[in-house]
Design a protein around this ligand. Structure first.
Ligand code: NAP
Length: 350
């Protein structure tokens, strides 16, 4: 049996941290050996510190772990980070400096010029920035790799095959984002119930900027942004899990509706070729029913790792339009980071 990597989870008691704990149970390559959270939780067992909010019981394996501070040293080979942005900024750098690879889900370092912002199906070549980062920052074994914003990832997984085959010149997206995207307790129930909130701080800027970096090309020591314009409007809606986005695209080459559909539904990439443990067989699932995707029905497609696309139609203003849906705490957060780590193992970076 191959040796398992020992992993720590920073922010282990939160919405995303609990997903990490859940998804890592029985993982063939990774085993949890350290959990960290705020000083509210430190020194308590995980069972005492964490109110488990996912279906089923808290896994026995972690109940008696004593929650530690999110600072090195931790007893592990690398860390997954789901710390709030302001804390992640310093803590992740401290871990990388201390020699720990950091596979982060937080936003603090995503746009750093030498930080890979990674979706294994879309831009695995961006891993090349790890060597640049180590050189720039004097890291030895450590580095930081990030996964994108939870809406950007679902949108970009649908854009990537279209951009590769036909070129996208412009893209307008309107998101409808789940409450769990705001962490716990997140949006107050009196604000969320019977309501839509047309503002999520920093989200529109993240979706716009991250899309360009994700679809960009490695150019020497940095990423050259994709040459397209992206406009995003983001809304919080009264759904527990699953971020949905209405997307309109303008293409640089003409393509038929059948070609667009085929590009999306036949899309597979490196994680599928490498048979990575968390890789879904179909990264993008295209549905023909005129009332899909829906969060409740489609967010768990591919164990929460597939993006479901529907309402695929020619558009009177842009070329095509569709609706994309992804699970925000799985493909949009913990599952994305775990797939990143699996790719890094396969590429011998961990
Ligand atoms: P959350 O439910 O509020 O959890 C935050 C976690 O960070 C908890 O474990 C908390 O520990 C810990 N923490 C809070 N303040 C801390 C401090 N000062 N020092 C050390 N640890 C601290 O948030 P979340 O939704 O899991 O989000 C975590 C990160 O993932 C954020 O950066 C968020 O932007 C990003 N993200 C979230 C989603 C999503 O769908 N929710 C998706 C993608 C990315 P205590 O329990 O001890 O307070």
């Amino acid at each position: 049996m191959t040796k398992k990597f020992r992993v720590g989870i920073l922010g282990a008691t939160g919405v995303v941290g609990q997903r990490f704990v859940q998804l890592l149970q029985g993982h063939p390559q990774f085993e949890i050996t350290a959990l960290a959270a705020s000083d509210r939780s430190q020194g308590k067992t995980y069972a005492e510190a964490c109110t488990w909010r996912l279906p089923g019981d808290m896994p026995d394996q972690v109940r008696e772990f004593v929650v530690q501070a999110p600072a090195p040293p931790l007893d592990c080979d690398f860390v997954f980070s789901s710390l709030p942005g302001e804390v992640a900024n310093t803590a992740e750098l401290d871990f990388a400096r201390a020699g720990y690879p950091v596979i982060s889900n937080s936003s603090s370092h995503r746009m750093g010029a030498d930080i890979p912002l990674l979706i294994p199906e879309v831009n695995p070549d961006h891993i090349a920035l790890i060597d640049v980062q180590r050189k720039n920052r004097g890291f030895d074994r450590g580095f930081i790799v990030t996964n994108p914003n939870c809406s950007a990832i679902a949108i970009v997984m649908a854009l990537a095959p279209l951009h590769a085959q036909f070129g996208i010149t412009a893209c307008v997206v309107t998101t409808m984002q789940a409450l769990s995207g705001a962490g716990y307790p997140g949006v107050a129930s009196l604000d969320a119930t019977d309501n839509v909130i047309p503002f999520i701080g920093g989200e529109e800027e993240k979706v716009e900027a991250e899309t360009l970096k994700l679809l960009g090309r490695v150019n020497g020591a940095s990423i050259e942004d994709a040459k397209m314009s992206v406009s995003a409007q983001c809304n919080r809606v009264n759904v527990t899990d699953g971020h949905m986005a209405s997307v309109r695209v303008k293409l640089s080459q003409s393509a038929s509706l059948d070609q667009i559909k085929s590009a999306l539904s036949s899309f597979t990439a490196k994680p599928q070729q490498l048979k990575l443990h968390s890789a879904p067989a179909n990264p993008v699932i295209v549905r023909d029913q005129n009332d899909r995707p829906q969060p409740r029905l489609d967010r768990d497609a591919g164990n929460g790792m597939s993006v479901t696309v529907g309402r695929l139609l020619a558009d009177k203003v842009f070329d095509y339009r569709f609706v994309a849906l992804g699970h925000n705490t799985i493909r949009g957060a913990a599952g994305a980071a775990i797939l990143n780590a699996e790719l890094l193992v396969a590429m011998e970076k961990l």
